[in-house]
Design a protein around this ligand. Structure first.
Ligand SMILES: C[S@@+](CC[C@H](N)C(=O)[O-])C[C@H]1O[C@@H](n2cnc3c(N)ncnc32)[C@H](O)[C@@H]1O
Length: 741
């Protein structure tokens, strides 16, 4: 089974520890559910560290360099006044920032780290680099740190160097952490690296992004006759920021309508002059240090932005810039490509992206006008709205789903349901079934609109199996609004537990599925449909039809521009040896599940939205396994082996793996590549991936380079695959390796 892997949050620790036992969550394809699994006694969370963003962050040269430069500067300034420098590093990770400070001349450093396994490796790294006598690593959250008791220091720190920022800046709890540090751990007048942070926004219009927020009936039903609850249109959706690589959207897909404006600035030092800042809304963290309780409430600010292009505004894109030093000479920004000072030479990183926030409703704005941008924040999140110039609202309600759809559908699920091509494929396949004389169907998927499409396609009776009570409520509303109460029956059941008595019509002609299950992490986890359909087929009439009738597992070898960094050893950062960190996670990679362990040539198998990570194809897309849903799940393991010819030179970083579901003999929906990438034997440069589904990425250990000359040899290199599907568990294991044929 493949473990849960959520990489879009920087430090998502997806395991729970009880006093004696370690649990982690895994997806079970045979039940379609996440299950808690007790780990071995020696389970040491290395997998979690391997899959967190630490490696990507340590590969972020710009971040590392700018932290170092600003720390050298800050220590130098403190030394001018002949002060002993006591540095505090909150969230030390590998100990990097503390080592930078001591190397720059700090007399001592206290480095605390809340995540125990990382704190322990930090302690070893610090010693290995010869800083053991000057840096004290404490495996504690800063809010529990007691300088006197934990490190025997009677004096507070006068230099704070910390990196607690996420894509939303404050989402990792930086504000309460810093307030507490100002209160208890830092001297008045302390210096902070970074000195300040500014939040910038720009208004955009983008149908592609709006499709991830609101349902568009035009994209779903043929005659655009799907009626949606009116409260859906008014609904603000969920509160969480939507972090994504907006740089990967083309200019056609995102229309930037206003000039960038700074909406909010956090000063982290008492004496931050902020002379360079053009932001009118400033919050001084040291000044708020006595307000720890009251600051949990919201603060709201407003700024005006000039509209540069007319259009329909759908949201704001947000990024931030750190002033690393008090003078704002050294800056570090997460700005998108069009607003980045380094343009195309900007540093690639995944641990920080840009964040998108949707407006209450689309707003038509005209070039030359001004708009108000309202920005509110509490201790952990920020939210926005945009209003015409003459309509300033004092506060903006924090987004909250009031329609029920945003709590059951993720943003990517919205995009999937809004995918016109996909809806068209289902409508055609359903019509074909009706034309063949089928009139009763049973639909198995999570949060699906398929029952409505089936009813509209002409089925007389549709049974929708839905296990989520929340979605059942929403679906019933949709059914009633569309006058389909007589046709669609909603069944509160797990598909695999259905019994003949549950079916009000004793027989169904067709078992339908998208298939889509909320907890599936990889596209092949939706094979749960096969298990569910096999079990239902036993209680319905013989020869019941299944849609989709089967699936194929596809693979494509790629050369990634940047994603390879996730699994590349770090070795040294700015001259500091962090190889003990690489060693820590090395062992976990070989244990990685979903990889054929005994002879694995891979280091990890992870779900990614591949469209956000540019890559080049080295092979054509190839079928590596097929599944026939019209037959029951077999008892024996299915194994396939074969070769995929390399067609292009490059570095073989990984294999992208996805599923295609065959609705009929000639209608297929894909969860990966959108169309054949080979034209006249040549690979096309731009790969088009389905955006609403994550694909699996198998990372090759020590990625080999394939030179042009190798392709004109007789022995053209090939990717050899060996794939096994174990029906008892529903797991698929993979092995891929490069070999000369
Ligand atoms: C983004 S990492 C930075 C690691 C390291 N400072 C670097 O720059 O490479 C943030 C780290 O802070 C830790 N952390 C977050 N809040 C903390 C707190 N209040 N006290 C101690 N550690 C914290 C997290 O566990 C994580 O390891």
């Amino acid at each position: 089974m493949s473990k849960v892997c959520l990489l879009n949050k920087r430090f998502f620790h997806f395991s729970r520890i009880s006093r004696k036992e370690m649990f982690s969550q895994r997806f079970s394809p045979t039940t379609g559910k996440m299950e808690w699994v007790v780990e071995d006694e020696d389970y040491d969370m290395r997998d979690e560290i391997a899959r967190s963003a630490y490696t990507d962050m340590l590969h972020d040269d710009e971040r590392n360099k700018k932290y170092y430069q600003a720390t050298i500067q800050a220590v130098k300034n403190l030394k001018v006044s002949r002060k002993k420098v006591h540095m505090l590093d909150i969230g030390t990770g590998t100990g990097l920032l503390a080592m930078m400070a001591v190397q720059s001349g700090a007399d001592r450093a206290t480095a605390c780290e809340a995540f125990k396994p990382i704190a322990s490796v930090a302690s070893d790294i610090v010693k290995k680099n010869g800083f053991g006598d000057k840096i004290s690593v404490v495996g504690k959250r800063s809010t529990k740190l007691d300088l006197e008791k934990d490190v025997g220091s009677p004096v507070k720190a006068n230099l704070l160097v910390t990196e607690l920022w996420d894509t939303e800046l404050i989402g990792e709890g930086a504000l309460p952490t810093l307030r507490d540090a100002c209160n208890r751990l830092l001297e008045p007048g302390f210096v902070s690296v970074p000195a300040a942070a500014s939040v910038y926004v720009q208004v955009f219009g983008s149908e592609a992004l709006w499709n991830m927020h609101q349902l568009n009936p035009k994209h779903i039903s043929e005659n655009q006759d799907l009626i949606l609850p009116t409260e859906m249109e008014q609904c603000r959706g969920t509160a969480s920021a939507f972090d994504l690589h907006v740089d990967e959207l083309s200019d056609k897909e995102i229309n930037i309508l206003s000039a960038p404006v700074p909406v909010l600035r956090f000063d982290f030092c008492n004496n931050s002059a902020s002379t360079k800042s053009d932001c009118i809304n400033k919050v001084s963290i040291p000044d708020t240090k006595d307000k720890s309780d009251s600051d949990k409430t919201e603060s709201c600010y407003s700024v005006q932005a000039s509209v540069e292009h007319s259009g329909i505004a759908h949201g704001v894109v947000m990024w931030w810039t750190l002033d690393m030093d008090v003078d704002g000479e050294i800056t570090l920004t997460t700005a998108p490509r069009w607003a980045h000072p380094d343009g195309d030479n900007r540093q690639w990183r995944d641990h920080w992206m840009q964040a998108v926030y949707f407006l209450k409703r689309p707003l038509l704005i005209q070039a030359g006008d001004k708009v108000n941008i309202q920005c509110c924040h509490d201790d952990y999140s920020i939210w926005f709205d945009v209003t015409p110039q003459n309509r300033i609202a004092a506060t903006v309600d924090r987004p909250l789903c009031t329609c029920g759809a945003h709590v059951t559908w993720s943003r990517h699920r919205f995009a999937m349901l809004n995918d016109r091509q996909r809806s068209r494929a289902f409508r055609q396949a359903l019509k074909q079934l009706v034309a063949e004389g089928n009139s009763r169907c049973l639909s198995i998927s999570d949060g699906s609109l398929l029952p409505l499409l089936a009813a509209k396609a002409g089925f007389d009776k549709v049974i929708a199996v839905e296990s989520s009570v929340l979605y059942q409520k929403f679906l019933r509303k949709l059914i009633n609004l569309n006058g389909l109460g007589e046709t669609i029956e909603v069944l509160d059941k797990e598909a695999a537990n259905l019994q003949a008595k549950d079916l009000s019509t004793d027989q169904v002609d067709v078992i339908l599925g998208e298939p889509f299950f909320t907890s599936a992490l990889f596209p092949w986890h939706n094979l749960y449909f096969w298990y569910a359909a096999s079990s239902v087929a036993q209680i319905t009439r013989p020869g019941v039809k299944i849609l989709p009738r089967g699936a194929t597992l596809k693979a494509l070898a790629v050369d990634f521009e940047d994603l390879w960094k996730f699994h590349a050893p770090v070795n040294t950062v700015e001259g500091f040896d962090v190889s003990l960190f690489d060693k820590l996670i090395e062992g976990s990679k070989l244990k990685n599940e979903g990889i054929n362990n005994e002879k694995s040539h891979g280091i990890a198998l992870e779900p990614h939205h591949v469209w956000e990570y540019p890559c080049r194809a080295l092979t054509q897309d190839s079928t590596i396994m097929t599944f026939d849903f019209t037959r029951s799940v077999p008892a024996e393991k299915i194994k396939t082996e074969g070769d995929i010819k390399i067609l292009s030179s490059g570095t073989l970083h990984g294999i992208v793996i996805w599923m295609e579901f065959h609705l009929t003999d000639d209608i297929t929906v894909t969860t990966g590549l959108q169309k054949n990438q080979e034209v006249n034997g040549k690979l096309q440069p731009k790969l088009r991936w389905v955006r609403h589904t994550k694909q699996g990425v198998y990372f090759i250990q020590s990625p080999p380079r394939i030179e042009d000359e190798a392709l004109i040899n007789e022995n053209i290199p090939r990717v050899r695959y060996c794939v096994g599907f174990e029906p008892a568990s529903g797991e698929i294991d993979f092995d891929f390796q490069l070999c000369a044929s």
